[in-house]
Design a protein. Structure first.
Length: 255
């Protein structure tokens, strides 16, 4: 793995699953890392790994105050703007647009789509301001990564409303990539298939039916499998952009 000693990172949804694995690996690789999630106690446990290099900003990742709080904390921690943002916080929702719980729709769109877009936009603006009017080859890697999903590309039999929120994320990230890439900023979409985490229970999947689905393709991905792919993309030389990664358990035929 590339080392991340020079990097100043922000990771949302770092209290569990993929975000936690990313934050741990970045810290192990030498990065300074700002971590966010709503469960502050879990973030405090993460900070224990290295209180000098990991700073918590607890709160709802969709709130502008929290978004700017994370970016300010990164600037304080690193002495310059963040150069590695992972917009990871998210949640699933059982069901399709016809049979999912409509009362949950706003929250699903708010955290998966709007929170990710706001953090991406705010962090790209700061990165661009730091780059200034320099328009040569990028001197250092700057990354903004967002978690999409295989179900943002392929209709899910379990969660197609959530899939629609992820499809929007893919399109937004591609739009931002086109604008930010020429300024040396890499906007990368990561699209995992089935990953065993707290995601399944938060989404309200039927444990028996989804458990059987997962067993049919075992072993499913671990959060660490996804984090390794994210860090692989961010560890490329500044002039190389691996801008989309779809990764599945080998035995996942669909979605
Ligand atoms: N697991 C999968 O199969 C899978 C597949 C494809 C894509 N993904 C995507 O990957 C990302 C991570 O999922 P995961 O599998 O790691 O799920 P997870 O284990 O449930 O973790 C989700 C994380 O997001 C945080 N979070 C949720 N709502 C938040 C909010 N409003 N503000 C701040 N943090 C919030 C949670 O922390 P708190 O509850 O403490 O706030 C938690 O740390 C999500 O975007 C998900 O959609 C997952």
């Amino acid at each position: 793995m590339a080392d991340f000693i020079e990097r100043v990172a922000v990771v949302t949804g770092a209290s569990a699953g993929i975000g936690l694995a990313c934050a741990r690996m970045l810290a192990e690789g030498g990065a300074r890392v700002v971590v966010n999630a709503r469960r502050a106690g879990r973030l405090d446990e993460l900070v224990e790994i290295d209180p000098q290099r990991i700073k918590p900003v607890p709160g709802d990742a969709a709130e502008p105050k929290v978004i700017h709080g994370m970016l300010d904390a990164a600037r304080e921690l690193g002495g310059r703007e963040t150069d590695l943002v992972i917009a990871n916080a998210g949640r699933g929702l059982r069901g399709s647009p016809l049979d999912s719980d409509e009362a949950e729709w706003e929250d699903v769109l708010r955290i998966n789509t709007l929170a990710a877009a706001k953090l991406m936009r705010a962090s790209i603006a700061r990165m661009m301001a730091e780059v200034g009017d320099y328009d040569g080859p990028p001197k250092q890697p700057r990354d903004v990564v967002v978690l999409g999903s295989t179900v943002g590309r392929n209709l899910s039999p379990f969660s197609s409303f959530y899939g629609a929120a992820k499809a929007a994320v893919h399109m937004m990230a591609e739009a931002m990539r086109r604008e930010a890439g020429p300024r040396g900023i890499r906007v990368t979409t990561i699209e995992p298939g089935v990953v065993a985490s707290e995601f399944q229970s938060a989404a309200g999947y039927d444990p028996k039916a989804f458990g059987e689905f997962m067993a049919s393709m075992a072993p499913v991905l671990t959060p660490e499998d996804v984090a390794r792919s994210i860090l692989f993309a961010c560890g490329q030389p500044a002039g190389v952009h691996l801008n989309e990664i779809m990764l599945r358990p080998t035995r996942q035929a669909y979605p």
